[in-house]
Design a protein around this ligand. Structure first.
Ligand SMILES: C[S@@+](CC[C@H](N)C(=O)[O-])C[C@H]1O[C@@H](n2cnc3c(N)ncnc32)[C@H](O)[C@@H]1O
Length: 430
């Protein structure tokens, strides 16, 4: 992305070279050094970029361009911002493809600071910051304005020095504990909506990667506001769902999907409310029984190996108990209906649950990969969370009692999540 190849100046293979070649080597070095420092400057400026995107989301600037280009003056009036400062922000963003300034050939270009005539239009990137666009990530951009979040990011050097969580260092509590405090409800709401907007934008590409119709009941563990489930239930009319999360997240799922009169609020909310059970709980204590598909999306990256193992082992327990219950039910039915032994065995053994971890898988080596950036965000925000490599996932799942059966890597540019399918090792033991 940004990285330039630097020649190897440390090599002394030509230590015998004459003065001329020394001077051309030095010129070559200087020109590369200059390029390199420009690239570093470019990178340093990128903290302004994430702040600028947050501000666009906050003031709904992209929304005001829904019906076509507008002058800076109009945009500033609608968003109650300072016209010239807004112009400068839009000019910076247009330089990276977020909005475009409309080129006018008229004389006004010679005028200084005419924000009546300077106009901006939407671009595909800017459209993702509109609140109603399909795949909108406006809510995700809003998360970048959270003070608690920014305090942690600015305190990253603490994590690098100590290996500990800078969110806790800066805010006094682990992130998920912080969100559970009454006084931090607003932050929790923004976080939940941010996650929901990512889920929504990735849903259709995930459905093209994996056949979810094979399941009868899907439980989404740490499923947030239930966006993935609501899309899944809408596209699979025979599927049932279980949404499992902390109380504040279940609360916000209820209000997202229900309007003030108690009716479904979003396009997919009807299917969600009629076929999904909403369960509050703590995945470190127990996980609901009764599903044959257990999804854990964007959760494992939040935790260290010990905590992740605990969550996965609790999933395994839920699967074991569901299997035992199915077996007990089948036995009761057999007794009542005097079903043949072979039919009974089929019912007992018919429960073949699958675990689906939907998450980023770290790409090793020097290549650019968004996961390398998100990994650092995990380092700052979470309790030793990280983006794991395929090998690390294999170890984690093996130690938690699962065998990986399939890994599907993302097939398109929009989605960066992979799907790891695993089955409990006990199923393989005959
Ligand atoms: C990064 S979010 C992912 C949300 C959702 N799966 C998604 O992909 O949009 C992590 C989720 O884990 C939930 N969570 C954190 N600690 C939890 C716990 N102890 N028990 C249950 N859920 C928890 C959070 O509330 C949050 O919804």
């Amino acid at each position: 992305m940004y990285l330039v190849d630097m020649p190897d100046f440390t090599s002394n293979s030509d230590s015998t070279s004459n003065k001329n070649s020394d001077s051309s080597k030095s010129t070559y070095y200087m020109s590369h050094l200059q390029n390199f420092s420009f690239t570093i400057l470019d990178m340093l400026a990128h903290s302004q970029l994430s702040q600028a995107i947050y501000i666009i989301a906050k003031f709904r600037i992209a929304d005001y361009l829904k019906n076509g280009p507008k002058s800076v003056k109009e945009l500033a009036e609608q968003s109650k911002t300072h016209p010239d400062s807004l112009y400068r922000l839009l000019r910076m963003l247009a330089s990276v493809g977020i909005f475009t300034e409309i080129e006018e050939k008229e004389d006004w270009k010679k005028e200084v600071n005419n924000n009546n005539k300077r106009k901006f239009d939407i671009t595909p990137k800017a459209a993702l910051l509109q609140s109603e666009t399909k795949g909108s990530i406006r809510n995700f951009a809003l998360m970048f304005g959270l003070e608690s979040f920014n305090r942690a990011i600015y305190d990253l050097s603490y994590s690098i020095e100590t290996g500990e969580n800078s969110f806790k260092h800066a805010n006094g509590l682990d992130m998920f504990e912080y969100f559970q405090q009454d006084q931090n409800r607003k932050d929790a709401q923004i976080f939940n909506s941010a996650m929901a907007s990512l889920s929504s934008s990735h849903a259709s590409s995930m459905f093209s990667m994996y056949d979810f119709s094979q399941f009868t009941t899907v439980a989404d563990i740490g499923g947030g506001q239930g966006i993935l489930l609501s899309h899944l239930l809408k596209t699979n009319p025979n599927l049932r769902g279980i949404l499992f999360d902390l109380p504040h997240a279940i609360e916000s799922a209820k209000s997202l999907h229900t309007n003030v009169s108690g009716n479904p609020r979003l396009e997919d909310s009807g299917d969600f409310l009629s076929r999904c059970k909403l369960v509050e709980g703590d995945f470190f204590k127990s996980i609901p029984l009764g599903a044959d598909g257990y999804i854990i999306k964007s959760v494992i990256l939040n935790w260290d190996d010990d905590s992740a193992t605990k969550i996965l082992k609790n999933c395994l327990q839920a699967m074991k108990k569901t299997k035992a219950k199915a077996k007990a039910n089948a036995t009761t039915m057999t007794t009542k209906m005097t079903t043949s032994t072979s039919q009974n065995e089929d019912r007992q053994n018919g429960y073949t649950p699958k675990l689906l971890i939907i998450d980023l898988i770290m790409q090793e080596g020097n290549k650019p990969f968004i996961g390398k950036f998100i990994d650092i965000v995990m380092l700052a925000l979470t309790h030793k969370g990280r983006i794991r490599t395929e090998k690390e996932y294999r170890n984690l799942l093996h130690n938690s009692g699962f065998d990986i059966t399939k890994i599907v890597y993302p097939s398109d540019y929009v989605n960066f999540l992979s799907i790891i399918e695993a089955i409990p090792s006990f199923i393989n033991i005959k």
